[in-house]
Design a protein around this ligand. Structure first.
Ligand SMILES: Nc1ncnc2c1ncn2[C@@H]1O[C@H](COS(=O)(=O)NC(=O)C[C@H](N)c2ccccc2)[C@@H](O)[C@H]1O
Length: 527
């Protein structure tokens, strides 16, 4: 018999309580708004969301899982999915958010690594092909229905502790093997406290969240909204696929703030500028995940004058590290956005390859993040954890660890940081370090170019080759390689002029909406 019948639910420092606290004051206000079955909108109040989360928690509790048992939570971003993850928070069941589109092979890899007790999918989910022995259940408006009980286990834990894992996000690590970022309740709450001090979201905001449920930008956007007592509007994929449908949905749901990666805006700016300009209720835009090309940003500011645009920089390992207002208007000669300073309660600085602080402004080094919001480690991967969470270079004796972000940046004289790409995307061509962002900036200046990516194809037979991938404005003729090289050679050293050119209808993006560089390289070799 287990020492404890059921864990104590005092919720001290538990994300479930932290995220529902603001809504207590307005229980009948919508917490989540989403498309309804009948075509209108479904409003779920804070009272209903909390009741559904607690009902789910009671049904999940009956399965006898122990604090720390993992739950794969597979669903699009919906109100029911939010209630499900709040239930997991309250029971101390670290959940792994996945989406129906996740290829079953990747899901099986994650299941192999995380050994979850339960696979919990939306009522209408259709996931097949999972390994036997896994508990199987579904959640929906009518509660949780169990199809296969999880393997029986002894409950060894008495209560959820705030340093317990709250969720695991598996990122496709650059080395191919996924890494499971373990985020604790305490760290995530520290992130929310640090970011909320910037007042991004007010209680009257209606926040459209456009990232997939498996991406922590989605969890972060929903959580920041709930913690502000505002209304979160997770945008279903079928509303994102066509610009006009997406923009119509923003009107229908009276959206005041849109969260999304920069690539979300490219097709909207290009194909429906007038509809973007017509988004009267929109008050602010929040982006993250990758650089926002300055040309696109200028066009967005032109279409939506007076709106605040927030640049959130950061990695899943601390959810996000900084929030910075994009200057409005963007100075004409601006070459790079700043990612500012770390959010309240955290600190970012630039360190050299030996781990010593880079003192001089303008010198590029690696960003190290000192923060209470840091992840606990990579799941079952002590080696990757040791490489990322290193002794604080300024106080190694203290036991404090800091996060090596793998991002390059320099500081200006005031200490503001300027992101310069990933360390592993630093490229050398004929012994010269190439700043791909510089090449892309020049490519975007070529007449008619609407999007540009510069990559170095791995050195196959000869030396590594600098490749350009362009998208053109509607009606603009595609350039030829020779004039494009000449155009680049006017302002860049010869080795930074691309040696190959591929013009595409649009730039491919990953599941998380970031530019998919592997897909571009495949497009190149397929030419
Ligand atoms: N604003 C940026 N400019 C430029 N490069 C960037 C930027 N934000 C990230 N990145 C890049 O993306 C990497 C992190 O990628 S990630 O782990 O998938 N996380 C994210 O992209 C989103 C992030 N976890 C998050 C979650 C919730 C709210 C906001 C942000 C960073 O290390 C940077 O290389």
């Amino acid at each position: 018999m287990s020492p404890y019948a059921a864990p104590v639910r005092d919720h001290a420092g538990n994300l479930r309580d932290y995220l529902l606290a603001a809504g207590k004051a307005t229980p009948d206000k919508p917490a989540i708004v989403e498309p309804a079955e009948d075509g209108g909108l479904r409003f779920v109040s804070y009272r209903q969301l909390e009741a559904q989360a607690d009902a789910y928690a009671a049904e999940l509790d009956a399965l006898g899982l122990d604090v720390g048992d993992r739950v794969v939570l597979e669903s699009p971003a919906t109100a029911d999915a939010v209630a499900a993850f709040l239930a997991c928070f309250s029971l101390g069941l670290p959940f792994i958010p996945t989406i129906p589109e996740t290829p079953v092979q990747r899901l099986r890899t994650i299941i192999g690594m995380a050994a979850p007790a339960l696979f919990l999918q939306a009522a209408d989910g259709s996931r097949e092909g999972l390994p036997p022995g896994l508990g199987m259940a579904r959640f929906g408006p009518k509660g949780v229905t169990t199809e296969q009980l999880p393997a029986p286990r002894v409950r060894r834990r008495r209560q959820v502790v705030e340093t317990d894992p709250a969720y695991l996000i598996f990122t496709s690590g650059t080395t191919g093997r996924p890494k499971g970022v373990v985020m604790s309740h305490r760290a995530n709450i520290a992130f929310h406290r640090g970011i909320r001090a910037h007042g991004l979201i007010g209680p009257d905001d209606r926040v459209a969240v456009t990232s997939p449920f498996s991406f922590d930008f989605c969890l972060g956007g929903i959580a920041l909204t709930l913690a502000s007592g505002a209304t979160a509007v997770p945008v279903p994929r079928d509303r994102l696929d066509f610009p006009r449908r997406f923009l119509a949905f923003l009107h229908e749901a009276a959206i005041t703030q849109v969260h999304g990666v920069p690539s979300l805006w490219r097709p909207l700016i290009r194909h429906e500028p007038d509809l973007v300009a017509g988004l009267d209720p929109l008050r602010s835009i929040l982006f993250s995940g990758e650089d926002f090309p300055l040309g696109d940003l200028r066009e967005l500011q032109g279409l939506l004058p007076g709106r605040r645009i927030f640049n959130l920089y950061g990695a899943t390992e601390s959810m996000a590290a900084s929030v910075t207002d994009v200057p409005d208007p963007l100075p004409a000669d601006l070459e790079r956005l700043t990612i500012g300073y770390a959010h309240h309660g955290a600190e970012m600085d630039v360190y050299d390859a030996e781990g010593a602080p880079v003192g001089e402004p303008g010198v590029v080094g690696e960003i190290y993040l000192r923060s209470p919001a840091l992840f606990s480690g990579y799941w079952a991967d002590p080696e990757a954890t040791r490489a990322a969470l290193v002794p604080d270079p300024l106080l190694p004796e203290s036991g404090q660890v800091v996060f090596r972000t793998g991002d390059l940046a320099y500081r200006d004289a005031d200490g503001r940081l300027y992101f310069c790409g990933r360390i592993d995307s630093q490229v050398q061509i004929r012994g010269n370090r190439v700043e791909l962002g510089e090449v892309e900036r020049r490519l975007r200046e070529f007449p008619g170019v609407s999007g540009a990516v510069a990559l170095v194809a791995p050195a196959g037979e000869g030396e590594p080759e600098l490749s350009a991938f362009l998208t053109m404005r509607p009606g603009a003729p595609a350039p030829k390689l020779v004039p494009l090289r000449a155009f680049c050679a006017e302002t860049l050293p010869e080795y930074m002029a691309p040696r190959s050119l591929t013009v595409l209808a649009e730039l491919p993006v990953t599941t998380n909406g970031k530019i998919d560089k592997d897909a571009l390289l495949r497009a190149r070799t397929a030419r």
